[in-house]
Ligand binder design. Structure first.
Ligand code: NIG
Ligand code: FE
Length: 390
């Protein structure tokens, strides 16, 4: 028999299953959870909790599903403090800054890259992230992209091949040759380590036709598409994401009405990354407009050393509520169930029976405090797959 543990005295539990509790978040007051092995076996009021082998008292804290951070760039070396300083003195953000990190990443050893990754993963875990996606994209040679994905794969199943982050500096004069590399030899080397393929579809990176060719080649090798779309300017990224049935179009900062309609009538999630707008002093993505149109919205950190050097989902929730028109309930859903949908996962992002037992305990009466008390480290305990992890 697998051991069972009850978590009792939960002040407010968010299950993200409307059948289990109140409202779209399926909230239960004075709640309990039963964990069996790595899974949720039961959720309901503490007064009705079944007998278990063990009990853990939440002492009135809120419990939410662990965050699903569906967009990060954590295989890198170095930082870009100077670039950030220059931006905060008035310079604008440009895709070309990526080259600084490419040089530092190529020069780093495997051990240094892995140590950096585990550092930021531990930081994210302490802030409640129990599922994360991460990408290559700072190597831009076959060997450097392949090793980035190999290192990432040891730490998560959600690994994304982003050889098409920018045109490699080695091919600056011949972008077509770089696209041929990304869709040829580099793809062959990278595909075995990745689940997803991504492209930065933007002026200064890859145009719509190049992005389509890259994602189509990835699909032919069994990778699933996602896109950096419409971040710095209007463009074809979102429409392409919908055309290719991408799981997610990420950023979505500059959207036409047709882009919003296309997302609303698709299975493509709009993943908003407010850490990037914060750190580049850019216009916020309009979450309200997307939600009112019926699109599915996810929230993620985009953690990377250039445009968004935060691993904190709670920080992104606070920004989304304060500046993007989301309610605290919508933001919490977007950072948990929304992230899961953006990764086409059904086992995480909720706490119904059968889900992986990934939980964040908050030193707060409810998840609303994540936005109401911005910048305060409210996550006081984290469980992943039924085991206390932070
Ligand atoms: O998602 N937009 C492209 N890639 C990253 C930025 C990477 C960088 O500046 O190093 C992003 O914001
Ligand atoms: Fe990104």
């Amino acid at each position: 028999m697998t051991a069972t543990t009850a978590i009792t005295n939960i002040g407010t539990l968010v299950t993200n299953n409307p059948d289990l509790g109140d409202g779209p978040l399926g909230q239960i007051k004075d709640a309990a959870l039963v964990i069996e092995g790595d899974r949720i076996a039961w959720a309901g009021p503490t007064a009705k909790v079944p007998a278990t082998d063990d009990t853990h008292d939440a002492q009135g804290r809120a419990v939410i599903p662990g965050f699903v951070d569906s967009h990060s760039h954590l295989i890198f070396a170095g930082d870009r403090t100077e670039e950030f300083n220059a931006r905060m003195s008035g310079q604008s953000y440009k895709a070309g800054g990526i080259r600084t990190t490419v040089a530092a990443t190529r020069a780093a050893t495997d051990a240094a890259l892995e140590a950096n990754l585990t550092h930021y993963l531990a930081e994210a875990l302490r802030q409640g992230t129990t599922t994360f996606e991460t990408k290559s994209g700072y190597g831009l040679t076959t060997a450097d992209e392949e090793r980035a994905l190999r290192i990432a794969k040891a730490h998560t199943d959600e690994v994304t091949y982003l050889g098409a982050h920018i045109v490699s500096p080695d091919h600056a004069d011949d972008p077509a040759a770089y696209v041929a590399l990304v869709t040829g030899e580099m793809l062959d080397a990278c595909a075995p380590h990745a689940r997803w393929i991504d492209v930065f579809c933007e002026k200064g990176a890859f145009d719509g036709d190049q992005a389509r060719a890259i994602l189509t080649a990835g699909k032919a090798k069994g990778l699933l598409p996602r896109i950096h779309a419409n971040q710095l300017s209007y463009g074809p990224g979102v429409q392409l994401a919908v055309e290719l049935d991408a799981a997610s179009a990420d950023h979505c900062t500059h959207l036409t009405d047709a882009d919003v309609d296309a997302l609303a009538n698709s299975d493509t999630v709009a993943t908003l990354l407010p850490g990037a707008e914060f750190s580049t002093r850019a216009e916020w993505p309009d979450a309200r407009r997307l939600l009112d149109a019926g699109a599915t919205v996810a929230l993620s950190t985009d953690c990377n050393p250039g445009s968004s050097f935060t691993s904190s989902v709670p920080f992104c929730i606070a920004l989304a509520v304060r500046d993007m028109g989301m309610t605290p309930d919508e933001a919490l859903w977007a950072a948990t169930a929304g992230g899961a949908k953006a990764l086409r996962r059904t086992d995480v992002g909720h706490l119904a029976p059968g889900a992986r037992a990934d939980l964040a305990f908050l030193d707060a009466p409810s998840h609303v405090h994540l936005a109401y008390r911005p910048g305060v480290p409210l996550v006081s305990e984290v469980w992943r797959a039924g085991v206390r992890a932070a």
